[in-house]
Design a binder for this molecule. Structure first.
Ligand code: BG6
Length: 342
C-alpha cells in the first residue's frame, strides 16, 4: 500500500514504480489517493451514469467550462518538512484534483470493473493538455501574513523550518484542456490552496447560455449560466442553479438554487475515505486505486507547469482568508469568466 505522493515528478514516479514492481505483482500494489475513497467522489459516477438528465448534456455543445476547487483554510501547520519543496500543485492537483477531473470528463465505462473504469480515467489523463500557452495557464502563489478569522497568522515564509527564499506554492491553479471531441473548446480550471477563505472541495459544471432567448434582454438580465455544483465536502451534496420567474405582475427571471444534501436525504453512516480504502485493500478490491499509468500521465502535466515555474525567480502572494492571488482571477477574467464563490 503506497500513500501518495507517488514520486515528485514523472521520472521519480517511474523509478519508484520500477522498484515496487521488482518485488510485487501489479495486482498486489494499492496506491492510495484518499479522494477516491470519498463517498461524494464515487457518487460522481452514479450521478453521471445512472440518470438520464446529465449525460446527454455532458459535452462541449452544452458545457461552457468546468471548475474544480479544493480550498483549505488551514496553513501548513507542522508539516514544513514534507511540504516545502512539494507545494500545493504536487500535493493536491497531481493526484486528488486530476482524479476528480478524470471522473468528471471520462466516457462511460463498458462496465464498472476495475479494468474498465481505470481505462476510461487513463484515457482522459492521456488527453490532458494546457488550455493555451503554459505561461498563461499556470498560476502559483504563497500566502502572506495577515488576519484570518480574527487571528493574525504567519506568512508561509515565516512558518517554522521554511527557508526564507522558498518558492514553494501554497496555492496553484491550472487551466487545462481535455483533447477529445467531447471536450473540444471547454476549459477545465482547477485550483487548490492553503489559508483560503474556507474549507471546501467542489466540482462546478457551468453550462452555456441558451443560443436563443425569446425574451426582451431585461427579462433575463438577472440570470446567469445554469450551474451544477457537486460538493465533495463539507456539506456533501449537489446543487443546481437555474432561472425562474420572479413572482409578480412583471416578467423577470432570476437564479435560484435546488439543493440536495446527503445529511438531509440519508441516515446511513458514511465511512471515512481511509476506512473504505483500507477495507478494499484487505479485500483485494482495486477499482478505487489509481494505476501507474494514471500517475504518470498526471505527472506529465505537472512537470510542464514546473518547467515554466522554475524559470521564474519570484512567486505571487495572497492574503490569508482570501480566495488566492489576483493573477488567478485574471486568468479567468481574460477568458470572460470568474471563479465561483464557493
Ligand atoms: C492530503 C494533503 O492529501 O489531503 C494535505 O497532503 C491536505 O495537504 C489533505 O490537507 C486534505 O484532505 P481532505 O480529505 O481533508 O480534503
Amino acid at each position: 500500500v503506497i500513500e501518495k505522493p507517488f514520486g515528485h515528478d514523472l521520472e521519480s514516479s517511474q523509478e519508484l514504480n520500477d522498484l515496487v514492481t521488482e518485488v510485487f505483482a501489479p495486482e498486489d500494489v494499492f496506491r492510495i489517493d484518499h479522494y477516491l475513497g470519498k463517498e461524494t467522489v464515487q457518487n460522481l459516477l452514479s450521478l453521471r451514469f445512472s440518470n438520464e438528465l446529465y449525460e446527454p448534456l455532458w459535452n462541449s455543445d452544452h458545457i461552457d467550462h468546468v471548475q474544480i476547487t479544493m480550498a483549505e483554510n488551514i496553513g501548513i501547520g507542522s508539516r514544513a518538512g514534507y511540504y516545502d519543496g512539494v507545494g500545493s500543485a504536487k500535493d493536491v492537483i497531481q493526484n486528488h484534483l486530476l482524479q476528480l477531473l478524470a471522473l468528471t470528463a471520462m466516457e462511460e465505462p463498458v462496465s464498472f470493473s476495475p479494468h474498465d473504469l481505470r481505462q476510461e480515467k487513463e484515457k482522459v489523463l492521456s488527453a490532458l493538455d494546457f488550455f493555451g500557452p503554459v505561461d498563461q495557464s499556470a498560476i502559483r502563489a504563497q500566502y502572506s501574513e495577515g488576519w484570518q478569522g480574527g487571528k493574525f497568522v504567519k506568512a508561509y515564509l515565516d512558518e517554522e523550518n521554511i527557508p526564507a527564499d522558498s518558492v514553494t506554492d501554497t496555492y496553484a491553479a491550472l487551466r487545462l484542456a481535455v483533447r477529445t471531441r467531447r471536450w473540444q473548446g471547454v476549459p477545465f480550471y482547477v485550483r487548490t490552496g492553503k489559508r483560503l477563505a474556507r474549507r471546501v472541495t467542489e466540482i462546478t459544471i457551468v453550462f452555456k447560455r441558451p443560443n436563443f432567448l425569446p425574451f426582451e434582454q431585461r427579462v433575463t438580465a438577472g440570470q446567469s449560466n445554469n450551474t451544477l455544483v457537486i460538493r465533495i465536502q463539507p456539506d456533501e451534496g449537489v446543487t443546481f442553479r437555474f432561472g425562474v420567474k420572479v413572482p409578480g405582475a412583471s416578467f423577470n427571471v432570476r437564479d435560484v438554487t435546488m439543493d440536495f444534501s446527503y445529511g438531509h436525504a440519508f441516515t446511513e453512516y458514511t465511512p471515512e475515505a481511509y476506512e473504505r480504502l483500507i477495507l478494499d485493500v484487505l479485500l483485494g478490491e482495486p477499482p478505487l486505486f489509481p494505476q501507474q499509468k494514471e500517475v504518470e500521465e498526471s505527472w506529465k502535466i505537472l512537470d510542464r507547469a514546473f518547467e515554466y515555474w522554475d524559470t521564474l525567480d519570484t512567486i505571487d502572494t495572497y492574503p490569508p482568508g482570501s480566495w488566492g492571488p489576483l493573477s488567478s482571477d485574471h486568468m479567468l477574467a481574460r477568458d470572460g469568466r470568474a471563479w465561483r464563490r464557493a
